[in-house]
Design a protein around this ligand. Sequence first.
Ligand code: COA
Length: 259
Amino acid sequence: MSEVLLVEKLDGHIAKLTINRPDKLNALNAEVRGAIFRALDDLAGDDDVRVLVITGAGDKAFIAGADISEFKDARPVEQYRSMQRGSIYAAIQNFPKPVIAMINGFCLGGGCELAMSCDMRVASTRAKIGQPEINLGLIPGAGGTQRLPRLVGEGWAMRLIMSGELISGQKAAEIGLVEVAVEPEDLEAHVMELAGNIGARSPMALQAAKESIQAARRMPLDEGLRFERSWFALLFSTDDMAEGVDAFLEKRKAEFTGS
Ligand code: COA
């Protein structure tokens, strides 16, 4: 376990990753990115984990963006290659289990892009969220121009990216950048209840749901419907589906084993 990233396994098939550089507002440097890659790789193969929560250490920041000190003297070709080599954003999007961003404070630049790579987002009402790269003479480089308009529409994406303005968690919920904003003192309990609820489900069904919903972004409707139907039929091969149906008919709670 690297100390810039805390990895915890909690009851209810939940794993929690905490970016742990609170003195730098949890800015993402190469060490954190490497630790996230390794943790995702381990947790993807850990059958006991069915849902992942990502958050930031301390009460001030989720992630205040890429570590800007790494931009000083960075050259375009190396920058392009390092971003092409592998991205934590793609690794989160393609992680085979649901991922929830628990946004507890500043969620800026690469932090906002990381949150948008997650499957769900819950924010503290007092979080500050935005894409302030324009202040550095930059634009978002980890999906902000692509994922933000898909979530909030083109106008809000233009406004946030071009002005660098930060919005509250409350406002982010109003425009659809996060699904829910809750009072800071309720954030952890809200997210853990959601994660526990999801973690009690069949992991194969969760993966099928994630892949099928993501397919809606890139497939025309008829292709997406076919993709969904294939997953639906495939799930009839799982013990979990048999258990879910039996449990319903026997009026008891299903116990999913992941097989
Ligand atoms: N990269 C590197 N270091 C960062 C950082 C980042 N993205 N964001 C914050 N930090 C560091 C600060 O340099 C400071 O370090 P220091 O104590 O060694 O000087 C520490 O975190 C605390 O930040 P500070 O600026 O003192 O806190 P603040 O409450 O006054 O301001 C912010 C908070 C978030 C408004 C401000 O830190 C900020 O604008 N950060 C950059 C955000 C950004 O542009 N992100 C996108 C990058 S592409």
